[in-house]
Design a protein around this ligand. Structure first.
Ligand SMILES: Nc1ncnc2c1ncn2[C@@H]1O[C@H](COP(=O)(O)OP(=O)(O)OP(=O)(O)O)[C@@H](O)[C@H]1O
Length: 405
């Protein structure tokens, strides 16, 4: 991959989404503690307080967080998409990496935001639709190839959701230090409808189980990866190919084992989920420390290895933190707000990814050299086997001669 020129420092964009309160929470006697007051989101520490009380804000135990954007239960899927993700598309089709990930406790709306429903589609579908529209608009001058993969990390194992029969896949680092999933299915298409069908097919394969906190709880981290290669239709010797990679991630929800009343397999899943989220939290902590010299341990989980570039490397990254408005979820909400607040300090360095013709030549040369070696190896093997066969035939002849004498 050629150096795409100057890199620009970019701060993580952090959005907060608070879903509507639900029947189960109301049934437990929960009250709403998250309110939108003017353009501010207020999460009350004491449910008895009045969110409109201006003096409340001056009390010393009050903590305030600033996010790039905050959505309450009135926000539509379209608004959330437009104010978080839509702006990344142009960059992706012209060679920049981007990541959007949904973070937060179980049952707080991550899958709703990313996948959505048939009537209220989420970020995956809206992004793909607009991506193909943007491609169509510039396709007179530019040629595109779009590759899609969809995977989940379940119990620390990577599964290809487009082809689960492949078994568990490994992570590998390429020569540029970019983490790749070895052997993952990459479907090439520039047809939005086809990609949607693949997405739906993949979703059916995703590991979901009912837990006490959410009857369709995602027990895995789902990762939709879209790679866009763009090149000019005018061919010349120094032709460049721009390669943008977009990750859209629906994380599994963090949870308290006591709250979810999980047993057996659910509890094991919960432990894996919490472990990888803890590793993610540790990376966020390390990356957000001022001075930036702290060691960041991405190797603690597959999730953080895969997110290495999204968090500390070459990517425009958006985190959408989710919380429930219920008083019964106060602790989880506070933890989520704390992490989201830290994540705001993370800075990445964004650079365009360019391949050029010399890169392709280098690739072909390396493939040819590998093939030559393989041919040589096979020749030697054949020679060796031929020699062995000759020897064994000779010895057979000797034996026959011996028998005859
Ligand atoms: N903004 C919203 N508006 C309407 N319904 C919502 C909203 N957010 C979440 N819900 C509903 O709340 C329930 C739980 O949401 P969802 O499954 O998206 O949570 P999650 O954070 O992905 O949970 P888990 O981590 O357990 O997978 C679903 O029934 C979903 O439809």
């Amino acid at each position: 991959m050629k150096d795409g020129g100057e890199s620009k420092e970019q701060q993580l964009t952090v959005a907060l989404r608070i879903r509507p309160i639900n029947e189960a929470e109301l049934g437990e006697g929960a009250t709403i503690i998250a309110h939108k007051v003017d353009e501010q989101m207020v999460v009350l520490m004491d449910p008895m307080e009045d969110p409109d009380d201006v003096l409340r804000a001056n009390r010393s135990r009050e903590k305030s967080y600033m996010f790039d954007v905050a959505f309450d239960y009135t926000a539509t899927q379209d608004t959330v998409y437009r104010l978080t993700t839509k702006g990344l598309i142009e960059g992706v089709i012209s060679g920049y990496n981007a990541t959007v990930f949904a973070y937060g406790p179980t049952g707080c709306g991550k899958t709703y935001t990313m996948l959505g429903t048939d009537w209220e589609p989420g970020i995956y579908i809206r992004t793909l639709n607009d991506l193909f529209k943007a491609i169509e608009e510039t396709s007179d001058d530019m040629e595109y190839e779009v590759l899609m993969s969809y995977m989940e990390i379940y119990n620390e194992m990577i599964r290809d959701l487009l082809n689960p029969s492949l078994g568990y896949l490994d992570l590998r680092e390429d020569s540029k230090g970019v983490i790749q999933v070895a052997g993952i299915t990459e479907v090439s298409t520039i047809n939005a409808k086809e990609i949607m069908q693949l997405l739906m097919k993949g979703n059916k394969q995703r590991t979901q189980e009912p837990t006490a906190a959410n009857k369709t709880s995602s027990r895995s981290h789902a990762i939709l990866q879209v790679t866009v290669r763009q090149k000019s239709r005018v061919k010349n010797i120094t032709q460049e190919v721009r390669v943008g990679r977009l990750f859209m991630i629906d994380l599994a929800g963090s949870e308290r084992a006591s709250q979810t009343q999980n047993r057996g397999q659910r509890m094991k899943e919960g432990a894996h989920i919490n472990r990888s989220l803890l590793a993610l939290g540790n990376c966020i902590n390390a990356l957000s420390e001022r001075g930036g010299n702290k060691y960041v341990n991405y190797r603690d989980s597959k999730l953080t290895r895969l997110l290495k570039d999204s968090l500390g490397g070459n990517s425009r990254t958006v985190m959408i933190a989710h919380i429930s408005p219920a008083s019964t979820s106060f602790e989880e909400s506070r933890n989520t707000l704390t992490y989201a607040d830290r994540a705001k300090n993370i800075k990445t360095r964004v650079k365009r990814n360019l391949l050029n013709v010399s890169y392709h030549i280098a690739q072909y040369t390396s493939i040819i050299s590998d093939l030559r070696k393989e041919i040589q190896r096979l020749k030697e093997k054949i020679d060796e086997q031929g020699l062995k066969q000759l020897r064994s035939e000779k010895s057979d002849i000797r034996n026959i001669q011996g028998d005859c004498l």
